[in-house]
Write a protein that binds this ligand. Structure first.
Ligand code: UDP
Ligand code: MG
Length: 311
């Protein structure tokens, strides 16, 4: 790509007042060094701290083209990213976090890969030291599960730090408008010329992680539901297993009834069998309910995000 090409940076911000001054300074410097044309889009995802004010003063001080999209409330990281992609006018778009875990110094390397003809550049974390044992374990479990259940193979250490060309962005803008999204999964399955670059993810520089355990669980459920129908078929397999046991138990009871000395007393068996099968049944109904809920959400067709103001 030539010098006249423009690159869009999409940065989602939710209550990042502690880290924004550092991030903005770092970003300004990194992209000045690159000497290319940038458009920086901050998506303020309903922050209730000083983030918006900090962004506005950065906009006034910066030498770059800065846009701030202010959401009407918190819609979540995924919604913020897709909004940024929707509003980006660049020939390539780079999504990144505002907490300096996605170092702006790597933007040059990503653009380099683009210039070599790649249309999707995914940044792969080298290590996740920042996250603690539990988050690492949870993330490993999640990827193992989703890769088992889904026909696609997702990279375990892929992050929300990626570059996509205008063409790939158009696919996300036009064809992946699901309300329940898993963007880093989508970009791995839409094809195009891809490359993964390994980077060393630093610790979050300041402030707290905005992904609570509950939000992580929700994101994981979203991902599994949008990538796999297998849980829906679980009932068939469980049903077959239960049918097998019912036949064995039925034959045994019948045999005892006809040939045994005393009529069969099956109280324990009945209690165990019934409570077990009811628990399984309720769990399966829950799984179906979850899918139905998602279908309902998609069907309503409500917007993924609402913009209060664009600065
Ligand atoms: N974020 C957001 N909306 C949310 C939660 C997070 O825009 O509801 C942003 C957050 O400001 C950060 C990025 O998404 O820029 C990643 O969040 P975080 O660093 O808390 O996640 P982690 O790195 O711990 O997975
Ligand atoms: Mg982070």
């Amino acid at each position: 790509m030539s010098q006249s090409e423009k690159y869009s940076l999409v940065i989602s911000v939710y209550n990042e007042e502690a880290v924004l001054p550092d991030f903005c300074a770092n970003l300004e410097e990194s992209i000045l060094d690159l000497d290319k044309q940038f458009e920086v889009i901050f998506v303020n995802d309903g922050s209730d701290d000083q983030s918006l004010m900090l962004l506005k003063s950065f906009k006034n001080a910066s030498r770059h083209d800065i846009k701030i999209i202010d959401f009407s409330r918190n819609f979540g990281h995924e919604a913020a990213m897709i909004c940024g992609i929707d509003h980006a006018a660049g020939d390539a778009i780079i999504c990144m976090d505002a907490d300096l875990q996605h170092p702006p110094a790597l933007i040059g390397r990503m653009i380099g890969a683009l210039n070599e003809g790649r249309q999707i550049v995914t940044m792969i974390r080298d290590k996740r030291a920042e996250n603690g044992l539990f988050k690492n374990w949870f993330s490993q479990l999640f990827y193992r599960l989703i890769n088992r259940l889904s026909e696609y193979q997702l990279d375990e250490n892929a992050s929300d730090f990626f570059l996509i060309s205008k063409e790939a962005a158009d696919v996300l803008r036009n064809d992946f408008r699901e309300r329940n999204r898993f963007l880093r999964g989508f970009i791995q399955i839409i094809g195009f010329d891809k490359i993964s670059l390994i980077y060393n993810a630093p610790k979050r520089q300041a402030g707290q992680s905005k992904y609570s355990l509950f939000k992580l669980l929700k994101l994981s459920t979203n991902a599994i539901i949008s990538f796999s129908k297998f849980p829906l078929y679980l009932g068939i397999y469980v049903g077959l297993i239960f049918a097998f046991f019912s036949i064995v138990m039925g034959l045994f009871t019948l045999w005892q009834y006809v040939f045994g000395n005393t009529p069969p007393s099956g109280y324990t068996t009945i209690v165990l069998f019934l409570s077990l099968s009811f628990s399984v049944l309720f769990i399966l109904i829950g799984i179906i309910g979850t899918y139905v809920g998602y279908i309902f959400d998609e069907n309503k067709g409500r917007p993924i995000y609402l913009v209060k103001k664009i600065h």
